[in-house]
Design a protein around this ligand. Structure first.
Ligand SMILES: [Zn+2]
Length: 429
């Protein structure tokens, strides 16, 4: 099947050809086989005329807990420890596969409708999330949660088995460590061993809140970054770390030149008063900085446009420099740096040979006025002006259209299931 998208403006995230007007994008099966100026093509099965629309790569959300859409708005204005103990953990203990499935579908719909086509997830009941991913069609990097509690080793082994058994164009399974403060040296070293054996990356929460360092050092010693670097983590094994608000200068020197990417989650960090990560400093040191939403319970949405806007404003403020974090850099955080974070060179950039993961934006809304049909003008509106939900019109993942005009292309009656789950978990309506 060869589908041609004709006539749109395109921001590619490709340094060689960043902006195209009146473009042709030809997709064959799950990939892009041509992107560039309009020309004649042989054997086109379907043409979609998209004059006046903008196409971007699908965004990559590099840190979330997808099914926590179930907990949205449940337990607000609370300190983290109290919130976890009273509002999250007792209710997470009641979750079933079915709840996580419906929570995942809601999260996936929200992501597609705001321009995201891939995400990195850390949660439980991973098979339910994988099923939801396949039922809708979005790209997922699933890193089932690992925390030091009874049975952790079996859990790691199960995840490794799942990774080697799974064959999917949409899903990759990788390893996680919930955090250094919730996983002791035995767990960390076992996960390192398994990551080395399998080539999986490791997804972790790192230095989110100020109190975390003391708790980590009590378990792992003062130079824990250097210690685990020498054992293979951040060196042989790639790591995606969420937050990284409190990385020290010595640690920055190691991590900026390591096999490491940060998932910056500014809204969650603000809401929980964790701090503001100095991402301009990190980027200038050479670190890969991508963007994530964290879970919907601490954000409270999965909209990466909102997140990148916050990242831009906070980042400038933190750097005390309005020239810091130019819009193009922020656009890369949504796209190609996200791809780098998940170690993929075939997503995040619209180029020939890459996967056809792309988003079609209407530029008709008043917030696109005045309409600047230049590369810089497009970045400016996309990062600082657009309302994602009313602008995202159509989404393709792996060459398949999965979302159009407010609707998933698959007909899953998820709403009743989601409501029933919420009622069972929390009681009442
Ligand atoms: Zn998180």
């Amino acid at each position: 099947m060869r589908t041609l998208l004709r006539g749109a403006y395109v921001l590619t995230a490709d340094e060689n050809k960043p902006f195209i007007k009146d473009a042709d994008i030809l997709m064959e099966d799950n990939s892009i086989v041509y992107i560039g100026d309009r020309k004649e093509h042989e054997f086109v099965d379907r043409i979609q005329y998209l004059y006046g629309y903008l196409i971007t790569p699908g965004f990559i959300n590099t840190h979330t807990h997808l099914a926590m859409t179930l907990f949205r708005g449940w337990g607000e204005d609370m300190e983290l420890g109290k919130w976890l103990n009273e509002k999250i953990w007792p209710y997470e203990a009641k979750l079933t596969d079915e709840d996580v499935y419906y929570g995942s579908i809601v999260g996936i719909k929200e992501m597609l409708s705001t321009g995201t086509t891939a995400f990195v997830d850390m949660y439980f009941f991973e098979q339910a999330t994988i099923d939801a991913v396949h039922d809708v069609g979005i790209r997922a990097f699933i890193t089932p949660g690992i925390i030091e509690k009874e049975g952790w080793k079996d859990r790691v082994d199960q995840i490794v088995a799942l990774r080697s058994a799974l064959r999917s164009d949409y899903v990759e399974i990788h390893l996680s460590l919930h955090g250094f403060y919730t996983c002791g040296p035995d767990v960390v070293e076992y996960v390192i061993e398994k990551a080395k054996e399998t080539g999986a990356f490791v997804h972790i929460h790192l230095l989110e809140a100020p109190w975390e360092r003391g708790a980590i050092e009590a378990k792992h010693g003062k130079d824990f970054i250097k210690k685990y670097y020498d054992k293979g983590l951040f060196s042989d094994i790639h790591v995606i770390a969420a937050h990284g608000v409190w990385i020290s200068d010595d640690e920055l020197e190691i991590l900026a030149n390591a096999n490491f990417a940060l998932a910056h989650n500014p809204q969650s960090n603000l809401k929980l008063v964790s701090g503001i990560a100095p991402i301009w400093k990190y980027l200038q040191a050479g670190m890969t900085v991508s963007i994530g939403t964290d879970g919907a319970a601490s954000n409270n949405n999965l909209d990466l446009i909102e997140e990148i806007r916050t990242a831009g404003m906070l980042g400038k403020y933190k750097a005390e420099d309005p020239e810091a974090l130019p819009s193009k850099e922020l656009f890369y955080m949504l796209t190609k740096y996200g791809a780098k974070a998940v170690k993929r060179d075939d997503i995040g950039v619209l180029a020939e040979g890459n996967k056809a993961d792309l988003v079609v934006w209407s530029v008709d809304n008043v917030e696109w006025l005045p309409f600047w049909d230049t590369e810089e003008g497009m970045y400016a509106h996309l990062i600082y002006s657009v309302q994602s939900k009313s602008s995202v019109k159509r989404v393709w993942v792996s060459g398949k259209e999965v979302y159009r005009e407010g609707h998933l292309m698959t007909d899953i009656p998820y709403l009743e299931g989601f409501k029933a789950s919420v009622k069972r978990i929390f009681g009442g309506e």
